[in-house]
Design a protein around this ligand. Structure first.
Ligand SMILES: [Zn+2]
Length: 281
């Protein structure tokens, strides 16, 4: 389904067609509700306040519109909140009470499950850990601020770290690859092959991530932190730096029970979480 262009109305038409086609073999009655994870800032009422990759949905109440069209309960949540709920119930957090889920992808997203409840905040927008500042005058962020974690620990942030190191004159095995063609997959492969520039970029990402996670651990005393998203496949290259920050910055008591884990459900976490949230209340 092409979701990247068009209007909100066209998007809803596509979505309804898609859902009907998918459920058709099972009969319309087989569908009890719809849960959808959307990247962006989503209000508690299911309004998409802002979705940087789906701009035509800004200020659109997808939840209300889709519920009316489908005549069934619909729940629209932030995509990482859906992932967090999936991992909490059936993935890496299923034996834990309170977890922080951090999704490292193109950006950095977060979700909080506290006492087995998804914590959405006063208006649905809690958990935006990617926009916790780590450098007061650091790299400009898409949110309008500077120095957000996302600018250092996401896939794009790690690429920026390589580009900065190049400009500073640090040689690396990826120097022949144009900046716009660099991927974290390649950078991770270079790091594993012993490239110091690539290793340093991942270590920096881990250090910044560790600082923010340490702050969250001191604030919330969760029993788990779950790292997920595409970049988490290379979490081993960051883990040492993350653990060092946790040890340096957290109270010993907070770390005693803390489990630092990678997500278990991959892409299925968000699908499962959104579906479970749709039947939650
Ligand atoms: Zn930001």
């Amino acid at each position: 389904m092409d979701t990247l262009a068009g209007s909100a109305e066209q998007f809803v038409d596509h979505l309804v067609d898609f859902v009907c086609a998918m459920t058709q073999p099972f009969g319309q009655d087989s569908l009890k509700g719809l849960g959808i994870g959307v990247p962006g800032i989503i209000s508690a009422a299911g309004e998409i306040l802002e979705s940087p990759n789906l701009r035509f949905l800004d200020r659109f109440n997808l939840q209300k519109t889709l519920a009316e069209r489908m005549n069934m309960p619909v729940r629209i949540v932030n995509d990482v909140n859906a992932i967090a709920w999936g991992e909490a119930l059936h993935g890496a957090g299923r034996d834990l009470q309170s977890i922080l889920v951090v999704a490292l992808g193109t950006g950095v997203g977060g979700g909080l499950v506290l006492d087995r409840r998804l914590w959405l905040g006063a208006d649905g927008v809690a958990g935006e850990i990617g926009h916790v500042p780590v450098e007061p005058n650091g790299r400009a962020c898409n949110c309008g601020a500077r120095g957000c974690l996302e600018q250092y620990a996401s896939a794009t942030g790690i690429v920026k770290s390589i580009v900065e190191r190049r400009k500073a004159g640090t040689p690396g095995s990826l120097d022949t690859v144009a900046a716009e063609n660099l991927t974290t997959h390649e950078i991770a492969a270079a790091a594993r092959a012993g490239d110091n520039q690539a290793r340093a970029a991942f270590a920096e990402a881990g250090e910044r991530l560790g600082q923010v996670v340490a702050g969250a651990v001191n604030l919330l005393n969760p029993d788990g932190v779950v790292i997920t998203g595409g970049v988490s496949a290379s979490f081993d290259l960051m883990e040492g730096a993350v653990r060092k920050e946790l040890e340096d910055r957290c109270f010993e008591r907070s770390l005693n029970k803390l489990q630092l884990r990678c997500g278990e459900l991959g892409d299925k976490a968000g699908i499962l979480g959104a579906a479970l949230l749709s039947s939650n209340d």
